[in-house]
Design a protein around this ligand. Sequence first.
Ligand code: COA
Length: 233
Amino acid sequence: MGIEIHPITAADIPSVADCIQQSFADDPYHIWAFDQRPGKFDKERNLASLRAKCEWGMRNALFYVAKDSDDPSGQVLGVGMWMKPRNATEPETWAEWLDGYLLWFKQGWNLVRYQGRGGLNTKRYWIWKQVQADVQAEIWDDPTGYYFCNIVAVRPGNQGKGIGRKLIELITKTADAEDRKCYLESSKAVPNIAIYEKLGFTVAKKMECEEGGDKIDLYCMFREPRPKSKPKP
Ligand SMILES: CC(C)(COP(=O)(O)OP(=O)(O)OC[C@H]1O[C@@H](n2cnc3c(N)ncnc32)[C@H](O)[C@@H]1OP(=O)(O)O)[C@@H](O)C(=O)NCCC(=O)NCCS
């Protein structure tokens, strides 16, 4: 198996959405935010929403896919979507604003087309968004911004084989060269904290989301840039 990392293309999007959906099926945030009762989670509706997010990510994020170069089907085995560091004083560009609006419109269209949110508990979604905004306002103190890992996912059955490391190191190497920090949030303590620690991240804060007696913890992790190794004299 020869794993290669490439920038995402439009043709990859269906496989990327499927990879994300499968990788997060047992994720604590997913279980908390989506109705788990039989027949409530609409897989197709969720895939449509993920595809819209991927189309947005193609234009606005550092978005890479991992594939097996020996697999002619081109199935995506892993994905990494990162937001570039943004200076705290840097305003959103018109193109970014327009793309955000386009995503909002597509998600609105999905709402109409699938006649609902496919089991997403919107009250919980907005609780998470608010807690996330509050925590980031509290702990993001570098005005030059962070490489923010928005999505990293490796298809079940392919995890633990070094694909996640490749997808993450692609960005952390750039961050090191630019002397920048990286940031991510994970709702899975085990095994993700141990995995990310191996890649240089440390937990800075536990973020708690609670609704109707159901609570989840998300772990906010930073990675400091590593100094470039000096050539031996
Ligand atoms: C988290 C995830 C992206 C990691 O990708 P992966 O391909 O499984 O990880 P890798 O095989 O590249 O492992 C990276 C490092 O973590 C270690 N590691 C992997 N699985 C581990 C485990 N279960 N326990 C402890 N360490 C582990 C590896 O040994 C490796 O370190 P090494 O290179 O020093 O040996 C992947 O497991 C995944 O998609 N999980 C489900 C979705 C998810 O939780 N996404 C993250 C949301 S924040």
